[in-house]
Design a protein around this ligand. Structure first.
Ligand code: BJW
Length: 250
C-alpha cells in the first residue's frame, strides 16, 4: 500500500496548476544536514549566532567560514530522487511553480526550471557594503581563516541568502503566493514550517481551495491544516507518487 491516497493521485493527475514548497528535508537524503533535526546544522551552531546580519558583523570570520563549509558540502553532493521527481512533475503539469527555502541549488541541478529561491542561494556572494557580486576567487581568504573582503570597496563579503529580519528577494513571495492561491494541488515537502513568510504558503493554498499535502518524515507545525499528510522520506515518497500519477494517466 502506498503511503498516499487515491484522491491525491487523481487530483495531481488532473491538476492544471501545481505549486510546491520545499525545505531542508528534501535535501537530507542527498547528505545535506537540515537545520533543526537532531543532527541538523543548528545543533552545532545556534541560528541567532550565525543567520542574522548582527552576528555576521560581529564575527565575520565565523559566519563566512560556516557558509564556506556549507558550500563545500553542497558541491560535494548530488540531487536525490526527490529533487528528480519534482523536476519531472514540472514537465507533466501545465502550470507549475517550485518555491524553495533551500539555498543549496540542488533543485536547479536536478533540472527544475520554474524555481523561486525564497531564501537566496549559497553559491552566490556579494559585498555587504556596495552590493558588488563576488567571485569564488574573492572568497579565497576564508580558506586561510581571514575575512573575505570586496575587491572594489573592501566591504565584507556575505552569502546571497536571506537572514532573519531581512526581506525576501524582490517579488519572490508575491509570485509564490500567487501560485499558491491558484494551485489545484499544493505540496509542502520536507519543511518544519516554522519560518515565515514561507510557512504561510501552504495555508494560502488551503484557504483558496487547493488540495494541500505535506510530505515529511514527521508532522510539521502546520500538519493539522493539511488535506493529507504523507509520512515518509521525500526521496521515496515523491518518485512513488510520480509513478502513480503516470499509471493513472496511461
Ligand atoms: C524530511 C526528511 C526527509 C528531514 N524527507 N522530510 C510571522 C510570524 C512569526 C515570525 C515572523 C513572521 N514573519 C516574519 C517573521 C520573522 C522570521 C521568522 O519566521 N521567525 C520565526 C523563526 C519565528 N522571518 C524572517 O525574518 C524572514 N524575513 C521576513 O519576514 O522579512 C520581512 C520582515 C523583515 C523585518 C522585520 C519584519 C519582517 C526571513 C526568514 C529567513 C530564514 N532564513 C533561513 C537561513 C537561510 C540561509 C541559510 O541557509 O543559512 O532559512 S533560517 C532557516 O530556516 C533557513 C531555512 O530555509 C528555514 C526553514 O527551515 P526548514 O527548511 O523548515 O528546515 P528544518 O530543519 O527546520 O526542518 C527540516 C524538515 O525536514 C523537518 O520537518 C524534518 O522532519 C524534515 N525531514 N528528513 C522529508 N528525508
Amino acid at each position: 500500500m502506498p503511503p498516499f491516497s487515491e484522491t491525491l493521485v487523481e487530483r495531481l493527475a488532473c491538476a492544471e496548476r501545481v505549486a510546491v514548497l520545499t525545505g531542508a528535508g528534501i535535501s537530507a537524503e542527498s547528505g545535506v544536514p537540515t537545520f533543526r533535526d537532531p543532527d541538523g546544522l543548528w545543533q552545532q551552531f545556534r541560528p541567532e549566532e550565525l543567520a542574522n546580519i548582527d552576528a555576521f558583523l560581529r564575527n565575520p570570520v565565523l559566519v563566512q567560514g560556516w557558509y564556506a563549509h556549507r558550500r563545500a558540502v553542497v558541491e560535494d553532493v548530488q540531487p536525490n530522487p526527490g529533487h528528480d521527481a519534482l523536476a519531472e512533475l514540472e514537465r507533466l503539469v501545465p502550470h507549475f511553480l517550485l518555491a524553495t527555502q533551500n539555498v543549496d541549488d540542488l533543485h536547479r541541478r536536478a533540472g527544475s526550471e520554474r524555481i523561486i529561491e525564497l531564501h537566496g542561494n549559497l553559491t552566490r556572494s556579494y559585498c555587504a557594503d556596495c552590493d558588488r557580486p563576488a567571485s569564488r576567487d574573492d572568497l579565497a581568504a576564508i580558506d586561510n581563516g581571514a575575512e573575505a573582503r570586496c575587491r572594489s570597496c573592501a566591504g565584507l563579503l556575505r552569502p546571497d541568502v536571506v537572514w532573519f529580519g531581512e526581506m525576501l528577494p524582490d517579488g519572490a513571495m508575491e509570485r509564490a503566493a500567487e501560485a499558491a492561491a491558484q494551485a489545484d494541488v499544493f505540496l509542502s515537502v520536507g519543511t518544519r514550517a516554522v519560518v515565515y513568510p514561507a510557512a504561510g504558503l501552504p495555508l494560502i493554498a488551503r484557504e483558496a481551495g487547493a488540495y494541500v499535502v505535506e510530505v515529511n518524515v514527521e508532522r510539521s507545525a502546520i500538519a493539522s491544516e493539511m488535506s493529507e499528510v504523507v509520512l515518509g522520506p521525500s526521496g521515496e515518497v515523491l518518485p512513488a507518487l510520480l509513478d502513480a500519477v503516470r499509471a493513472f494517466t496511461e
